[in-house]
Design a protein around this ligand. Sequence first.
Ligand code: FAD
Length: 274
Amino acid sequence: MTILPISFEFSAPKTEAAASGLRRAHDRLNRFKHEFVSVTYGAGGSTRDGTMDTVIALSQEGASAAPHLSFGGDNSETIGELLTAYRDAGIRRIVALRGDRQSGLGTPKIVHASELVRFIRDTTGDWFHIEVAAYPEIHPESKSVSSEIAFFKEKVDAGANGAITQYFYSAEAYFRFLEESAKAHIRIPIVPGIMPITNLTGLQRFSQICGADLPRWLVKRLEDFDDDDALKDFGAEVVTRLCEQLIQGGAPALHFYTLNQSKPSARILDNLGF
Ligand code: FAD
């Protein structure tokens, strides 16, 4: 099996205990020699400090660490200050997003990811390698595949260097998205986001929010397990097979959504012989 570059995504911790858990998971995943790790940014900037502290701590331990960032309800001055702080700390990569909407805060002005990419380029030039999000199964708010691709291209034209996809369990959706992107002259690497399967209820809830499709055959089989370990075995087998298809089909790298746990991603990577 071809060995590809890999990256791991961690959720920004909100407590000391969560921060220690994240560092433990990172330590255990370190043996896979990742290209970079990224740390999410809570909706509306709710984890501004947690994201920055984690990214800087991981970077000081030698990891190439990338913060996720979105405007949320913030103004250019606040975002500019954050960018300066990251640059001063030697951070070279950023995942630029519109961000999830924060419940209970009304509807702040939407700042699309393309505007953030443009802002980063305007204020910091080429300092940061910028990743953006992509949606092989189409973002839930998109009107059509063609508008999805057009707005994706806007992020690329604004200066994105790479994209990481929302997770999916249909390799065909990913490969079709690559073809559609290529037709639109999008030439940046589009890295599949990999979500390990460890729990059906959580996965269903999360997939509903982010618009990821859970195939009926998969849900039906997961529903049949009353033993957690057996479900995890099956989930690891399904996602390993998905990764094999992605690697054979030419995916440029793999990005794992760890949810701050090491075992599920490690198991898949071990299965793949990484
Ligand atoms: P955009 O690219 O702005 O697109 C959002 C929607 O608007 C799409 O339907 C798009 O087609 C449309 N659109 C884009 N530009 C325009 C325009 N100019 N006019 C009209 N419509 C437009 N969320 C968080 O809150 N924190 C995180 O840390 C985080 N990390 C993520 C990491 C990855 C790899 C991925 C895939 C998603 C992540 N998300 C995160 C979720 C993301 O914020 C949501 O999916 C959000 O709804 C869209 O973000 P975006 O950057 O793709 O937005």
